[in-house]
Design a protein around this ligand. Structure first.
Ligand code: ZN
Length: 258
């Protein structure tokens, strides 16, 4: 089997560290090890990093289109109002759903699909420990969500994947590599998880938005008893701001289509 990028990084880093310790090269061991650690840290923690696996964070910058994305739903208290606002504006979006929420709220996903939106895979568990999962566990978590999304969409296309909190691990990279997954991060974070101020969220997005951006927002919460409504409240202003700027909102797959 061809090695995935994460394994090449680990092997190359390990070899560089071993090499500088064995050969007593001009580069002191500590410097080599620190450099390797920095590269690895970037690969794990920076959502748009492609160190461990090629990661999409935006689309073409030369077309007047953006992709709004909503994570952690579906949430029956929030997602329907987002769908209503999108329909009113003739806009499409992508929902990176948590599998265990999707299982409970299938009818919301069916409606989203009927209305032209895209459902992406945001893991089944969305566990705080997801990035420590070994390869087999990553695979079964990811597969479980993929199967449900495919059942709902009636398509055997592999859904786009966004990892919880945008973290990546060598184990995830191996699973993604084997499936040739499209892993999607974002180029613009709406900061809707840090505030309940919908006006501030809309203002932040509209002050920074540029053609090709993939915007991160939330329609759900990883905890069943919590809800995130800031993006839903900000959405009407964001959609009218996009219209004023001549930007159309499409799904991530549409944004990436040549
Ligand atoms: Zn999430």
């Amino acid at each position: 089997m061809k090695l995935c990028r994460a394994d090449k990084v680990l092997i190359a880093g390990g070899a560089a560290v071993l090499g500088s310790s064995a050969l007593l090269t001009a580069t002191p061991l500590a410097v080599t090890a620190a450099a390797f650690l920095m590269v690895l840290t970037d690969g794990i923690f920076r959502p748009s990093s492609s160190v461990l696996y090629p990661t999409i964070s935006h689309g073409p910058r030369d077309r007047p289109r953006v992709a709004l994305t909503f994570d952690d739903g579906p949430d029956p208290q929030v997602t329907p109002s987002i769908l209503q606002a999108l329909a009113g504006a003739g806009a499409r979006a992508t929902f990176f759903t948590i599998g265990r929420h999707l299982e409970k709220h299938r009818e919301i996903a069916r409606r989203a699909l009927r209305e032209g939106h895209e459902i992406g895979n945001h893991s089944w568990m969305h566990s705080y420990f997801q990035n420590f999962y070994r390869t087999n566990r990553q695979r079964s978590d990811l597969d479980r969500s993929t199967r449900l999304i495919q059942e709902l969409s009636g398509s055997d296309t592999e859904p786009l994947y966004r990892s919880p909190v945008g973290l990546k691990s060598p184990a995830l990279a191996r699973v993604a590599h084997a499936r040739q997954l499209k892993v999607v991060a974002w180029s613009l974070h709406s900061h809707d998880t840090f505030t309940h101020d919908a006006g501030a969220t809309a203002a932040l997005v509209l002050s920074r938005i540029a053609p090709g951006d993939i915007v991160l927002m939330h329609d759900g919460h990883e905890r069943d008893d919590q809800h995130r409504g800031t993006a839903a409240a900000a959405l009407p202003a964001i959609l009218s701001g996009l219209r004023e700027r001549g930007l159309s909102s499409v799904t991530v797959s549409e944004l990436l289509r040549p």
